[in-house]
Design a protein around this ligand. Structure first.
Ligand code: 6R9
Length: 654
């Protein structure tokens, strides 16, 4: 975040106490904060889930490893699907699916979901998938994506879902790391009226991931895609002779600590980390927070989390939390502005959405397009709004409340991470007085704090590093296959305290203000991208000698990526080279990591010991006064870069 944005945030003094009407009906009451930590998680664990065998020990904390609900046996699919059907809720809609082509919609009841999951799980069994078989999933936002995830959990097969915007390299890297035996994908995905060639990318990825021997392909666009005999199977053909009777494929009883899924996320090195989530703690965390923070009333609410299932937000708050709670959700395949900028509001009106959860970058895009698109639709059903993914600037918060929430709905600004599995800092609607830009309080049973450089806890009015001082049920169990990195990344700065990697301040009332990453991780449209990952992709290009990447503030995407590139032989850059390099990054990582701008420079600013000074480049990118340059090997380099950056900018604007 820019210094200016942080200052504006901290000067924010508006407060929004909960209304009496909301408080009277809220799932959370003020005394929820008084329940002792162990009692809280014990109660939620027992009451929120259905166990095949009850747990005998709440948690075991052997820093930095936690285990939760030990001795218990359960199945995630049973909790998300079967138990609702068995309780008579089979006719209730689990997902109102809205395709990108607006005429394509499907209402999927819990009974439908059970049949679909059972049939597909039986199909996966034919490929040898069983308890413990790692499965990769690379799909768009179609109902078959949650079906595939649930089928895996039914069988006890851990999955990793890879966002459909990732490249073949990113996909094969993850499949190799997890040693995925099966890949589930689709022919093509819809995006803004054209198609994304998922199967084509999957083919390339499988060439580089020989461990992945089987591929299931859902027909979505219907366009021709090459199918390899013996390896590729059409979803509909594979399941054609499979039973959809739940008895034919019982839910595998899993231990509480069995691996549920990996979700890869960017760290401060080029290699993404496989974040490990296990069965019971994750599901308790996701469903409990979903119940209280979104105030879900499963009988009456229509809940919509407009994230992509390919990210942790979609895992916890589209699939696992809401289904465990028996919610009726909207699942939308497309983008907010296709075919028109009122598409989201049309969906809210059509389904009578009551709860909407999205990211600041989307809110700012709607802000830019103007409130008239929302005004065309009846949004009066909305009663609660949520935000996630990055700090929300007060201006966007207020706009969201006024123009989407009719100046009536509470807003929950929810802070959490892939690693945390569940929301950790958030208001509780009906209880908390909110402030635009503040995520307010740690969730009940969560102990967060802010530490200074030396590891002293700072009090109200102070700022520093956000830490978690006690384990929580859905915390990561490690980085897949890399204990050393797990310890180094999260547990080495302070002993036995989890370092989140975010800066934070606590105000006089004890409310938390999250200030963005403190490491080399950028946050573009709410997506985590490491500077080093983009740098490695750039130097992978045969013309690039050196690259340094940083971010600058952007009005819509929060941060935008700026790359400084030195070409081999000090060749000069060109517009064509710029496009070529941007596309190269898209090919190596995915389109989300494309630099917004590239500045070609004969040299990068380095310290005398040879370290690239990213801080200076960040100052240049943000048009700020240059910081301390005394440690620079050659100070003229920075002024030259600043000049070139300014030239490029004036060209862009001209
Ligand atoms: C859920 C998710 C995690 C990083 C996190 C922080 C930023 C997320 C935020 C927020 C301020 C919020 N972040 N929510 N910053 N306020 N409400 O986004 O997970 O993709 O792993 O990103 O996102 O910097 O460390 P993930």
């Amino acid at each position: 975040m820019s210094d200016h944005a942080i200052e504006t945030m901290l000067a924010e003094e508006r407060t929004y106490p909960p209304s009496e009407e909301f408080a009277a009906q809220a799932n959370a009451k003020a005394d929820i904060y008084d329940v002792p930590f162990e009692q809280f998680w014990e109660r939620e664990g027992r009451e929120r889930l259905t166990w095949f065998e009850p747990f005998t020990e709440l948690y075991r904390w052997e820093p930095p490893y936690a285990q939760w609900y030990l001795g218990g046996k359960l199945n995630v699919c049973f909790n998300c699907v079967d138990r609702h059907v068995e309780a008579g809720g089979g006719d209730k809609v689990a997902f109102h699916w809205e395709g990108e082509p607006a005429e394509e919609t499907r209402a999927i009841t819990y009974a439908d979901l059970q049949r679909d999951v059972v049939r597909f799980a039986n199909a996966l069994k034919k490929l040898g998938v069983k308890k413990g078989t790692p499965v990769a999933i690379y799909m768009g936002m179609v109902p078959e994506l949650p079906v595939a995830m649930l089928a895996c959990t039914r069988l006890g097969a851990p999955h990793t879902v890879i966002f459909g915007g990732f490249s073949a390299d990113s996909l094969s890297g993850r499949m190799n790391d997890m040693r995925c035996e099966v890949l589930i994908t689709q022919d093509e995905a819809w995006r803004r009226g054209s198609t994304v060639p998922l199967k084509k990318v999957a083919d390339e990825a499988m060439d580089a991931a020989p461990v992945t021997k089987q591929c299931v392909v859902l027909r979505r666009s219907g366009n021709d895609v090459p199918m390899q005999d013996g390896r590729d199977h059409w979803w509909h053909e594979l399941e054609a002779d499979c039973s959809d009777d739940p008895e034919s494929c019982p839910c595998e009883p899993m231990d509480s600590e069995d691996l549920l899924f990996l979700m890869y996320t960017s760290g401060t090195t080029a290699k993404p980390k496989g974040i490990v989530h296990t069965t019971a703690g994750y599901l308790v965390g996701a469903s409990t927070t979903h119940h209280y923070i979104f105030d879900l009333k499963p009988e009456t609410d229509v809940y919509w989390c407009a994230a992509d299932i390919g990210w942790i937000t979609g895992h916890s708050y589209i699939v696992y939390g809401p289904l465990a709670n028996g919610a009726t959700s909207v699942l939308y395949e497309g983008t907010p502005d296709f075919p028109d900028k009122d598409r989201w509001w049309q969906i809210v009106e059509r389904y009578g959405v009551t709860i909407l959860y999205t990211a600041p970058t989307a809110i700012r895009a709607h802000m830019k397009w103007g409130p008239e698109h929302a005004q065309k639709h009846d949004l009066s059903t909305l009663r609660l709004l949520g935000s996630v993914g990055e700090p929300i600037n007060p201006e966007a918060w207020i706009w969201y409340r006024e123009h989407i929430g009719g100046d009536r709905t509470p807003i929950v600004d929810t802070w959490w991470q892939t690693e945390t599995g569940m929301i950790l800092i958030s208001p509780l609607p009906g209880v908390t007085t909110t402030k635009p830009g503040s995520a307010t309080r740690p969730f009940p049973g969560v102990d967060a704090g802010v530490f200074d450089e030396q590891g002293n806890e700072v009090g109200p009015g102070g700022g520093g590093y956000l830490v978690l001082k006690r384990p929580w049920p859905s915390m990561l169990r490690g980085i897949f296959g890399d204990d050393a990195r797990y310890k180094e990344t999260y547990w080495s700065k302070y002993p036995d305290v989890y370092l989140a990697g975010d800066g934070a301040r606590i105000d006089r009332d004890g409310d938390f203000w999250l200030l963005g990453r403190i490491d080399d991780v950028m946050n573009v449209s709410g997506h985590r991208i490491s500077t080093i990952e983009v740098e490695s992709a750039l130097v992978d290009h045969h013309d690039v000698a050196e690259a340094a990447v940083c971010s600058r503030a952007d009005a819509i995407t929060g941060e935008a990526i700026v790359a400084y590139v030195t070409l081999k032989g000090s060749a000069d850059g060109s517009v064509e080279k710029l496009e070529e390099l941007r596309n190269h990054v898209a090919q190596k990582i995915g389109a989300i990591a494309k630099p917004a701008n590239i500045v070609f420079t004969p040299e990068l600013p380095k310290t005398r010991s040879g370290k690239i000074m990213r801080r200076l480049l960040r100052d240049v990118a943000n048009d700020r006064q240059l910081g301390d340059t005394t440690t620079l090997a050659d100070p003229t380099v920075v002024s030259e870069i600043a000049k070139r950056a300014a030239e490029e900018k004036s060209q862009e604007e001209g």
